[in-house]
Design a protein around this ligand. Structure first.
Ligand code: FEO
Ligand code: CA
Ligand code: CA
Ligand code: CA
Length: 586
């Protein structure tokens, strides 16, 4: 699409400068308030947050988790427009152990010796489900201590659904039938469905698991640890729930140990925020990889649903899942996500592209696997080994796919490719044009005939990010002081058609602290709207349906943000409002 210079300006705020301080900045006429910081009591015995790592594991199970990431606001009171009362679902991607414990983590000879520290770390992962309400006559919000509030953690029991349910590759001592598992980890970005559920996505799950033996492809191709896990939870050997993170085979039978435990991670997990007793479900038809997030195209009655996804690692792929059954708003449920086709993207240098099915029943897929000398036993095997399946069909190796979003006005799909320090100059292609790629780009595509389930598309680069002398917006402009950024990560179209870009990258000059910018997809105009506290990444965004309250997450902030003084820093949500009560960004 060409720049539409006739369009009325979309953005209605003054760009803010870059920042280097331990604070959050928003444009003149706006206010930012920290909300729901790590440790906020939300359920159970509502334990107050204690600075200095003073809360126990049992406390953390009743408090907001650490490192906020993807997030979604679900309106309450039966009105989809309810903008003063809702349920916020927040992902908690990972933890900084030194912030969680007074002097911890405690480790002796490579062994975690304080089991409650591990319990607390497991509880600081996962998802917070929190009922919130705007205080009447005010722009501040409060936690409602209601029955919906819930913590889902790295130990919450979960169902496994879809083609891999019951597969021999998912059988463990905990679930000899291969139908259940415990917990979700590294919940990065998210998604939501038209039937009112939340999707949380398991990204860097591999580092939580150990296999010191010979690794099968479903471990090795994902990077399961061979020597040392990220947090050492598996070293607490006398507690099964912790020891299961050791996936080293112990004997003959897979159901006697946890060799298959890592195969029960790396999925998209569905949560019903309105059912506090509901068991989260891992939807295996959407594939297993380092899932950044899962973004459903706007549903059309009578058409299949399409979910866009990325695998955030260097040289990994962009995927989409298309349901077998058409969408019917009266009957739609999570079961729709259990049957359908998983595709991976090929981006051709001429600006066209195609989606290639990873389908055991498809003769073309079988032929490609045969040619590559790779065998799959069934579709469950294809899904557990999604990366290998994508390898055999020659998908395009991308620069770390992060968030995707669909333009509500045009149906164009946008996705961030955050950076790729390892791409060599001779490995570039039109979609990934720089090697090494320190600064990232945003790609976008238009599905054939405007149908999200199409298998052909056309693509271009919306913006190649970086300093002014190494960046280009599709309208031909370089980035400048009002919008310079690198390493785009979070990405979201609001209902007004503003594209919000969040960053997780280099904080040196000229970029400053990680930030959020607003873009007009028609003209390519980009303006800086928000800067986060130094050392943080800005990730996760949503608005109330009236467009007047915005929620933005600040992950791993430095200094003592937001409490100040000598406090430890706390990841938190930030509520952004306008002084005049107007629409955010416009
Ligand atoms: Fe958790 Fe790819 O960011
Ligand atoms: Ca992160
Ligand atoms: Ca991310
Ligand atoms: Ca990132």
């Amino acid at each position: 699409p060409g720049a539409d210079h006739a369009a009325a300006p979309l953005l209605g705020f003054e760009a803010i400068p870059v920042d280097f301080e331990y604070r959050v900045q928003v444009p003149r006429g706006y206010r930012a308030q920290a909300f729901l910081p790590w440790g906020t009591p939300i359920c159970g015995h509502f334990p107050a947050y204690r600075d200095g790592g003073g809360n126990s594991g049992a406390d953390q199970e009743c408090q907001v988790g650490y490192n906020h990431d993807g997030m979604h606001y679900f309106p309450l009171d039966g009105a989809s427009s309810e903008s003063h009362h809702g349920v916020l679902c927040i992902n908690h991607e990972y933890i900084q152990p030194s912030d969680l414990h007074p002097n911890g983590p405690t480790v002796e000879d490579g062994v975690r010796t304080v089991a409650d520290e591990v319990r607390k770390e497991i509880a600081a992962h996962g998802v917070s489900v929190v009922e919130i309400r705007r205080n009447p006559g005010s722009r501040s919000w409060e936690v409602v201590r209601g029955t919906l509030n819930r913590r889902i953690t790295a130990s919450t029991p979960m169902e496994i659904a879809g083609p891999a349910r019951g597969s021999a590759l998912l059988r463990t001592r905990f679930s000899p039938e291969g139908t259940r598992t415990r917990g979700t980890v590294n919940n990065c970005a998210n998604g939501y469905t038209p039937w009112g559920t939340y999707l949380t996505c398991e990204e860097n799950f591999h580092g939580y698991f150990l296999n010191t033996g010979e690794q099968p492809r479903e471990h090795a191709r994902y990077g399961v640890a061979a020597e040392k896990t990220r947090y050492g939870w598996e070293s607490v050997r006398d507690i099964d729930e912790f020891a299961r993170f050791d996936a080293t085979p112990r004997g003959e039978e897979a159901t006697a140990d946890y060799r298959n435990e890592p195969n029960t991670f790396g999925w998209v997990v569905e949560i019903d925020p309105m059912d506090p007793e509901g068991i989260p479900v891992k939807r295996t038809a959407l594939g297993r990889f380092r899932h950044e997030g899962a973004w459903m195209a706007p549903p059309v009655t009578g058409r299949p649903l399409t979910v866009y996804m990325g695998d955030d690692a260097r040289f990994e792929y962009i995927y989409k899942f298309v349901t077998r059954e058409p969408y019917n708003p009266r009957t739609a449920s999570g079961a729709l996500l259990d049957e359908g086709t998983l595709y991976v993207a090929r981006f051709h240098d001429d600006g066209t592209g195609e989606w290639v099915a990873l389908d055991f029943e498809d003769p073309r897929f079988r032929a490609a696997a045969r040619e590559a000398g790779v065998t799959f036993a069934d579709q469950a095997d294809v899904l557990v080994n999604t990366r290998t399946a994508a390898d055999v069909v020659g998908a395009t190796k991308m620069d770390r796919p992060e968030w995707g979003t669909v333009n509500p006005q045009t149906g164009e799909v946008y996705m961030t490719l955050t950076n790729n320090s390892e791409r060599e100059p001779d490995q570039t292609n039109a979609a990934n044009p720089r090697g090494p790629n320190a600064y990232g780009q945003i790609i976008r595509w238009r599905e054939a005939e405007g149908e999200h389930h199409a298998t052909r598309f056309e693509w271009d680069l919306f913006v190649v990010a970086g300093p002014p002398d190494n960046s280009r917006i599709f309208n031909g402009q370089p980035l400048d002081a009002s919008n310079v950024f690198n390493s785009p990560d979070g990405l979201w179209f609001d209902p007004n058609g503003v594209l919000w870009i969040q960053t997780d990258g280099d904080q040196s000059e000229p970029f400053g602290n990680n930030q959020m910018l607003a873009a007009d997809p028609r003209t390519g105009e980009i303006r800086r709207f928000f800067t986060g506290a130094r050392d943080c990444e800005v990730t996760g965004v949503d608005m109330t349906p009236d467009g007047r309250t915005m929620f933005v997450n600040v992950q791993h902030p430095g200094g003592s943000w937001p409490d100040g003084g000598d406090s430890r820093p706390r990841p938190a949500t930030v509520i952004v409002t306008r002084d005049d009560g107007g629409l955010i960004g416009l």
